[in-house]
Design a binder for this molecule. Structure first.
Ligand SMILES: [Zn+2]
Length: 950
């Protein structure tokens, strides 16, 4: 006879280790998924289910991933995996954006390092080098994304530089060409002198910059009733170099103006005593101060006084002999300057629009390299900025000429926020340049309205998460000018247009466009630069009659077309996509360009929903930067902690806001992970050897087990809508609380005794193991999209007979169907009362332990005084089992004065009496029966039975 009862206790047993070792384990799991062709298995098993398509916004292929990429892709992975597990066919194709300036810039840098002249390299060769560069980084980023556990069709990814994609992009532009949406215009665009190209708003950043400022007189030559003849309209500008491009003046219709006389002149002033000026009333003092004169207001002016007013250009008589009109402009303010704006339609967006609306000439004054054209009087060849982005001699020359002509009133400098190229960091200018545009307000028969109308209607029909995205995108589309789609660069999809030399009209011939598309599909877009134009024009046209456009497309047009070459007509996917998901900066980027591209060609958005997330900052809320040394690199997190920790961090944050990450936050996440892992480990340990024959039917289960199943049903009912709301934070938080509060501190605690010590055939133990098998099935399924590695690791350690146990991978499963009977609201309410009572008992026993009156709760046999509702809730329940004591009594009545009580549980009092008897050597309960058996004098009756059975 043995008295080593310890070996007869069913201690938890599992191969699922306590220490995760994710950095080593995760790559093994990735290999397993690759070997079993998990993605293909998923597709095969999901065939015929409703499709869900999250269309991937392509990252740019030019460097290692940063934490922002990781957040974005993990969020996408959460969406696609949760939708898959809801029972859909959630097919995800990742993609890359490959064309554009940043890669060109890298290749040019390599040339500069080798002292090679870029312009001497044939464009085809340059493009091939760009392609190889992008290809390399796609390979690197692909491996980095896979390491994060992101599941997708990594073998069949899309890229904007694939020949098929280039062909489709050219074809999409062809649609705009044919339907009249594409036109050649001349417009002031943000222009980089250094890079010699137009820049999109998204390629601009604002930095402080010191600009020259001038106050300039425009002499009035004609006014209503001659009232203002002889006076000057004074303007103030921070870009003196735009004066040669001046063709009009603007005033604010709501601003009060005055006619002013120079009363007294200060030292060094360029003002003349007695001269008259027109100024905004509230700026009279400021102008007087700057130009060093004492003003005298002669009288107020009404807007009617400006009707028909004509001024002379300040350089009249030197090649600028036209009249300059004074026009009302809503954009004019009296915040600074004079209350008048000089209008150079070739050098500003407001200027351009006001000019065009009033039939004012839009002159070309500044060339691509930032110098005045040869036809510009006085200033030909002077430079606004040099090729290095340094201030040129134009401002000085213009100021000197104005001064010499007696029209300069004051000269100064100002430090202000000014647009710079995000790439070269050099200041940019507004410059009139021939460009290709997609019209926003032109009625297009094919789409049944204007592009702006269609895009606004599409926004109204789109679901935004969070809702703020709706207004953001809408106001951008409401206000945006026509879309400038041309760039004067080399690495991109060319604007495949021929312009008739005689008429200036673009050739609109579907046959020509079809030949272009076909050639691109076969050999890539390089052929546009390397093949003779006859290849595309065919026999119908003579090549010498046409100019072949060599500009390339704005890369936003490329990425705006990904929905076409990835989704449309692809039987595996569908168009439109269910969801686009990107950082909130993409309201002006990808969401925006995709919307315009799709509305302009198909009349609707390429997506039904748009989800946006914030940006990732360091722990102090600062932007991450090399110089601050506060960068958290996803690769380093994977190496130190594992990707699952990063994934837990993603669900732990509110992605709609900016998030923070750093060493402390990661440590905290690793801690939360350990608790989660321990829950899985405890379940696996308790289920050692579990088999289906043990299974207990729902109706035969103890109430405690049925309550756990009720909780699962409650969670399931909350989680499914949360998946459709993309509220992963809610799921993760509830799962965490369920594991910590309902399971570890309650259910597992109570059932430890039954699992360890009951006989294997005992109903209580079998019921507990049946429920634990359900818990394991439920938890691994709901954790699978979140901690995709750990859920799989736990799944691989499962006993075969757990529900769904035949599934080879946790990721091949769906969320378990919860039987309707499990949801039992009455039981849920009842157990709230039970748990409140229990809380008072455990509180009392904790105090006893702290006071060292007992060592464990098993030494106690409390008397619990409770009012009627508690007694009713406890009917049929075992106080001793629930409170993990060796005895105890439930007594109806008001608590005694000496009882332990909790203020939030009125009506319950506990007298923590000691249990009487001997401690069972096996289960440690203190019972009078222990010692009475001749065969097992150290055991209680239950344990004696269990030992005999074994
Ligand atoms: Zn015992």
């Amino acid at each position: 006879m043995t008295t080593d009862y310890k070996s007869s206790v069913f201690l938890p047993k599992t191969d699922f280790p306590m220490r995760a070792g994710l950095a080593k384990k995760e790559p093994e799991l990735l290999k397993r998924w690759a070997d079993m062709k998990l993605f293909h298995r998923l597709r095969a098993e999901s065939r015929g289910r409703p499709k869900f398509v999250l269309h991937d916004g392509p990252p740019y292929a030019n460097g290692n991933l940063h934490i922002g990429h990781a957040l974005n892709k993990i969020l996408k992975d959460l969406v696609t995996r949760t939708q898959q597990m809801l029972g859909k066919d959630s097919h995800y194709v990742p993609g890359w954006d490959c064309h554009g300036l940043p890669i060109e810039w890298k290749i040019e840098e390599e040339y500069r390092a080798k002292n090679q002249d870029k312009d001497a390299v044939p464009v085809g060769e340059f493009r091939r080098q760009c392609r190889a560069f992008a290809d390399h980084w796609i390979g690197v980023q692909r491996e980095e994304f896979k390491r994060l556990g992101v599941e997708g069709d990594w073998e069949n990814y899309y890229s904007t530089m694939a020949y098929d994609s280039e062909a489709v992009i050219a074809g999409e532009l062809g649609k705009f060409l044919m339907n009249g949406g594409l036109y050649k215009g001349s417009k002031a665009v943000l222009w980089s002198v250094v890079e010699k190209t137009a820049l999109a708003e998204a390629e601009i950043e604002y930095h402080d910059h010191t600009s020259d400022t001038v106050h300039v007189r425009f002499p009035v030559v004609k006014s209503k009733g001659g009232k203002l003849d002889g006076a000057s309209v004074v303007i103030w500008t921070t870009t003196p170099w735009t004066i040669p491009g001046n063709r009009a003046l603007a005033f604010g219709p709501d601003i009060a103006y005055a006619l002013v006389e120079v009363a007294e002149v200060g030292e060094g002033s360029r003002a003349k005593a007695g001269e008259k000026m027109v100024l905004a009333k509230e700026l009279v003092g400021a102008v007087g101060e700057t130009a060093k004169f004492t003003p005298k207001v002669l009288g107020d002016l009404a807007p009617e006084d400006f009707d028909g007013l004509l001024a002379a250009h300040p350089l009249r008589g030197q090649g600028y002999d036209f009249d300059v009109r004074l026009l009302p402009g809503g954009f004019v303010t009296a915040d600074a300057g004079t209350g008048f704006v000089h209008i150079a339609p070739g050098h500003g967006a407001d200027d351009y629009e006001l000019g065009v609306a009033n039939g004012v000439e839009v002159p070309d004054t500044v060339a691509e390299d930032g110098s005045y054209y040869p036809h510009v009087p006085l200033f030909a060849g002077k430079k606004v900025y040099t090729a290095q982005g340094v201030r040129g001699d134009a401002n000085r020359a213009v100021s000197d000429a104005l001064d010499k002509a007696g029209k300069l009133l004051a000269f100064g400098r100002i430090r202000h926020s000014y647009p710079h190229s995000w790439r070269s960091k050099a200041p940019v200018i507004f410059r009139n340049a021939p460009q290709w545009f997609i019209a926003m307000d032109k009625p297009i028969a094919e789409i049944g309205g204007t592009l702006r109308e269609k895009a606004l209607a599409a926004i109204d029909a789109t679901r935004f998460v969070p809702q703020a995205g709706y207004n953001r995108l809408r106001s951008m589309i409401e206000q945006r000018p026509d879309w400038c789609v041309s760039r004067q660069r080399a690495w991109g999809v060319p604007i495949t247009v021929f312009v008739n030399k005689e008429t200036g009209e673009p050739l609109r011939d579907p046959e020509v466009m079809a030949r272009v598309v076909e050639a691109f599909r076969a050999e890539g877009a390089d052929v546009w630069f390397e093949s003779p134009p006859e290849r595309f024009l065919g026999n119908k046209y003579k090549a010498e009659d046409f100019e072949q456009v060599k500009d390339i497309l704005d890369v936003w047009f490329d990425s705006g077309s990904t929905h076409v070459f990835t989704l449309e007509g692809n039987p595996e996917l569908k168009w439109p996509a269910d969801l686009y998901l990107e950082g909130s900066d993409q309201h002006r980027g990808w969401f925006h360009s995709s919307l315009l591209e799709s509305c302009g060609t198909r009349g609707r958005a390429p997506y039904d929903g748009v989800l946006t997330h914030g940006f990732t900052l360091d722990e102090q809320g600062r932007k991450m930067s090399k110089s601050l040394g506060n960068i958290t690199a996803p690769q380093a997190v994977c190496d130190q902690y594992g990707a699952d920790i990063l994934r837990l961090w993603v669900v732990g944050t509110d992605y709609t806001e900016d998030q923070r990450i750093g060493p402390e936050i990661l440590k905290h996440q690793a801690e939360a992970y350990r608790r989660l892992r321990n829950t899985l480990r405890y379940l696996l340990g308790s289920l050692a050897g579990y088999s289906a024959v043990e299974k207990v039917a729902y109706a035969d289960m103890p109430e405690l087990e049925r309550w756990v199943l009720h909780r699962l049903a409650e969670l399931d009912a909350a989680f499914r809508p949360a998946v459709d709301d993309f509220d992963f934070h809610k799921i993760a938080t509830e799962l965490h609380n369920f594991c910590a509060v309902d399971l570890s501190a309650f259910y597992f605690d109570i059932r430890k005794d039954a699992i360890y010590c009951d006989a294997p055939t005992g109903l209580r133990r079998r019921a507990a193991r049946t429920v634990m098998a359900e818990l394991f099935s439920f938890l691994t399924a709901w954790l699978a999209p979140i901690t995709c590695f750990t859920a799989e690791e736990a799944w691989l350690a499962r006993p075969d007979d757990v529900p769904d146990g035949a599934a080879e991978s946790v990721h091949l499963r769906l969320y378990p169907e919860i039987p309707a009977a499990w949801l039992d609201a009455g039981l849920g309410e009842k157990w709230k009362t039970v748990r409140a009572l229990r809380r008072v008992v455990t509180g009392a026993l904790e105090l006893e332990r702290a006071e060292k009156r007992i060592g464990s709760s098993l030494q106690a046999a409390p008397h619990v005084h409770a009012t009627k509702e508690y007694i009713a809730a406890m009917k049929d329940l075992d106080l001793v089992e629930l409170c993990i004591t060796s005895g105890g009594e439930l007594i109806e009545g008001e608590p005694a004065a000496t009882d332990f009580k909790l203020p939030d549980v009125p009506g319950v009092g506990v007298a923590p009496l000691l249990a009487e008897g001997n401690k069972c050597a096996r289960c440690w309960q203190v019972l009078r029966e222990v010692g009475k058996s001749a065969k097992h004098p150290l055991l209680c009756e239950r344990c004696e039975g269990a030992v005999s059975e074994a």
